[in-house]
Design a protein around this ligand. Structure first.
Ligand SMILES: Nc1ncnc2c1ncn2[C@@H]1O[C@H](COP(=O)(O)OP(=O)(O)OP(=O)(O)O)[C@@H](O)[C@H]1O
Length: 287
């Protein structure tokens, strides 16, 4: 078992003193070259957890290590991609892709910066659009640019928070395949927060399910053993069974306070599908 790149132990988060914690006792690891998906119902704390792992905020309890060193701020080898591509409108595609590479602490010579930007734009298929500006890009192109900006840092780990959820289904699938391909090609690792179980099943090596109140990690699935390497065809028969299993677990661990729920223990995966990103038509009957 390789040493984890990222390891979190006993993480808890309270936004306000005296308020109930959002989550407690969260343990997780991301190993080199691994794509881990973190799924869970809306509001359970996935984005908050990602923020802690990225070093953007401090946990109320617990410890996070990157390559065995405590995380105090975002490590140089970690890049973060959000749902909003966060592009700077006054910079060209090239300028956005290279944003941050000029920071003095990285100490990158200009030629190296240029080479990295060119390679990253080629990786995401935007090399021919280097002189364009963000307002001239489609949503998918903007998100590819956000990915290029992350890749330019040559990260060992990319943390992604719902990066494709605003994209149409076709573009989303293309982006999922691209992400998997690039993570594999650059031998990096990724932790992907997503509310889309299909996305998790398509791109990840391992799925972690967050649930309960306060939330914790309540389920884990090793997809490589079960389904083979990512990216996967969405019609793989074995995917359907796993999807139902994850949805059942999600249902069992739903927060009782979830609006309109009434979906406590015993509710079916088909019921859960109505409030979770998921294609209910393809769901097999559960016993
Ligand atoms: N800055 C903040 N201050 C106070 N409470 C917050 C803050 N950010 C998030 N929360 C609360 O923490 C809980 C978890 O929010 P978070 O956004 O992490 O969940 P999530 O699982 O990512 O949700 P979604 O899937 O809908 O994005 C929610 O109850 C939310 O209201």
């Amino acid at each position: 078992m390789p040493t984890p790149l990222l390891a979190a132990r006993g993480l808890a988060l309270n936004y306000r003193r005296g308020a109930p914690p959002v989550f407690t006792g969260v343990d997780l690891t991301v190993r080199p070259r691994e794509i881990v998906a973190l799924v869970g119902e809306s509001g359970c704390g996935k984005s908050s957890l990602l923020g802690l792992l990225a070093g953007l905020a401090r946990p109320s309890a617990g410890a996070i290590q990157f390559r065995g060193t405590p995380v105090q701020s975002t490590p140089g080898e970690v890049a973060v991609v959000f749902q909003d591509p966060c592009l700077l409108p006054w910079l060209s595609v090239e300028g956005n892709a290279g944003f941050g590479l000029g920071f003095r602490r990285l100490g990158l010579p200009r030629a190296e910066r240029r080479a990295r930007v060119a390679a990253a734009l080629t990786d995401v298929g935007l090399a021919d659009h280097a002189r364009r500006y963000p307002h001239q890009l489609s949503g998918g192109m903007a998100q590819r640019l956000a990915l290029a900006r992350a890749l330019g840092r040559q990260p060992a780990l990319i943390l992604l928070d719902e990066p494709f959820s605003a994209l149409d289904a076709i573009t989303r699938e293309a982006m999922q395949a691209l992400l998997t391909e690039l993570v594999h090609r650059h031998a990096s690792a990724a932790l992907l927060v997503t509310h889309d179980i299909d996305e998790a099943l398509r791109v990840s090596d391992r799925v972690l399910l967050m649930g309960g109140r306060p939330a914790g990690i309540v389920g884990e699935w090793d997809l490589v053993d079960a389904l083979g390497p990512a990216p996967r065809e969405r019609h793989l028969p074995r995917i359907l069974g796993l999807r139902a299993e994850i949805l059942d677990a999600l249902t069992r661990h739903r927060s009782p306070a979830f609006p309109g729920a009434g979906l406590g223990a015993g509710a079916s995966a088909r019921d859960a599908a109505t409030s979770f990103s998921f294609d209910p038509i393809a769901l097999p009957e559960t016993p």
